[in-house]
Design a protein around this ligand. Sequence first.
Ligand code: ADP
Ligand code: MG
Length: 684
Amino acid sequence: MIFGKKDFIFKDVNQLKGVGIQLSKYLKRKKIEKIKDILLNLPYSETDRSKVCKLNQLEIGKIQSIQVTVKKLYFPRIRNLPNKIVCEDETGRIEIIYFNSREGYLRKLFPLNETVIISGKVNYFNKKYQITNPDYVTSLKNKDYVIKNIPKYNLTKGLNEKKYRSISENVIENLPKIDDWLDENFIKKNKLNGWYESIKNLHNSNINKDIQFKSFRRLVFDELCANFLSLSENRKRIKKNKLPKVFSNQNSNSIISKLPFELTNSQKKVLNEINLDLLSGDRMFRIIQGDVGSGKTIISLLAVSNIIESGYQCALMSPTEILAKQHYELSKKIFNKNDVKIEFLTGKTQYKKRKIILKDLENGKTNFLIGTHALFQKKIIFKKLGLVVIDEQHKFGVKQRSELAKKGGDNCDVLLMSATPIPRTMMMSFYGDMDISRVNEKPKNRKKILTLSKPEKKINELWPFIKKQIENLNQVFWVCPLIEESSFLDYSSAKKKYDLINKRFPNKVGLIHGALEKEEKEKILKKFLNKEFLILVSTTVIEVGVDFPNANLIIIENANKFGLAQLHQLRGRVGRGEKQGTCILLFKDGLSKNAIKRIKILKESDDGFFIADEDLKLRGFGDLMGFQQSGIKNFRFADPVIHLDLFELAEKFVKSINNSINHKKFSFLLKLFDRAEIINVTDI
Ligand code: ADP
Ligand code: MG
């Protein structure tokens, strides 16, 4: 046993007594990998399950607790059909669904006509509220148990609560005293608690709520500091001296003069910010944030042209081949063929061709390489790489950003482009290591997308409108409901819809869904782009960024399943061309007040950042689907709505110690919140 040393908390959980191979597997499945994760796996959760909701106030998709009477139990004898328990309170009815549970067990858990407390994620299916495999079910007598002792993670098969608690207690009891990295005055002044006592308090359900509250805020503050520290360290490591690029803007001005449109002021401003970076003696590490369709691509290509003028090479990377191809075609159009040699490289590029491309990069003949992830393979050597541009980088976390910058070399500037709308308050905590440019103006000729909402049962009213679109050879996106986070169920619902629409419009419909291989998806998108069919039924996999100038209608089913920011991004797929774009949101009946508010915001605004801010206010951070799917690492404790003051405090704190960071002192903190790796990548 390794108790007694403070770094024991960074050891693997399997080092603990009583945690064997099997158990540690289960723990790891719950993201409890190191001993410190047990410390951070708090039995109190701020998303308070102790609040009991009435059935007419339930919010779909949220984990909630209800107090209901057991009315009926169904045990179908047919394989694969789930067991079902119908419960009620005075305001409504809900179904509790169990897959693979024995009848005897369920009868004990749900005594007929008795009141039980149930906690779990609420869904809405077949016009009924449902909870499938609830996290907790307990009798009224045991109410305290629900309120007081719920670990944050529900415990799955193999991980029994009693066992888990004994492991957790053992770790906390034996926690060696650890020196605090905050000094006492700071802690007092900001009404926090010491770290060591905070951990102990938070695992002790007999401590009063006020102290618990302060202790929790301490952990939030620590987490935020770890985040800001790692960002600031990353920035320091990247923004080092480089040779300034030398150019006169001659080429880029010539390109601008030939564009079929005028740059917006916002585009000009951002281009100017980029140019200043390129000309300066510090490496550029900048992100362009701008709504879908705000015209980020052309900005980056103008920067590319300046870099090429200054005698350097450029690389532009996109997440998908189809998007990369669009950039390639555009670049061939705007660059002068005689001056600029452009190549296109993906994983599929044939061996012979690839060999030539690599050679020409290495000897400097090629000025500009466009492609997919293939651009960053080891074998690819540039003679003089001066700028890396990454499009739609929403899957890039801090660690990847830092690796990317390293790969480019010391004189290489880095430019990222993102259309993921992020609330203003989150900007610093996600992109604090980068300089941020915002394109906050849409091209002048762009029409606002008409956004409408409709109950699903009136779907028949839509057919004539859709028919008209098809007759005019316009294209339509049809986004299907996300039923579960399961690609199979998504697929089956999209498939059904496809069959239905295909009957109405034979040979005019295509289907794309998450379970397809990437290559297959790209093939289908290409066909759609070439107008081989006119309606594309899809789950949410429609690529961000690909320009479908001919699509002007998007129908989104079950729209309340999506975050506002996500809906906004989805509707940005249409209305890029001359024609008026329309977005129709389909809803099930019985929208909550909140849902109605959300639709209103979407109808009224077309500013992605405003929408993201509002989304955050209405739904809270944990629910922002856009974030979960964007791959940006979520915080464990911090929530920008609840802890806004701590975000500000932590940012200020990190700035104040910035020049005198004692890495030894803070390395513990960085490790605690899994941020140390980022620093190591660039070698302290
Ligand atoms: P995004 O910011 O989503 O990457 P794109 O760069 O793909 O947007 O631009 C979307 C479309 O708008 C493209 O067809 C592009 O040619 C066009 N565009 C870009 N800037 C302007 C502008 N200032 N005026 C009119 N159209 C523009
Ligand atoms: Mg784009």
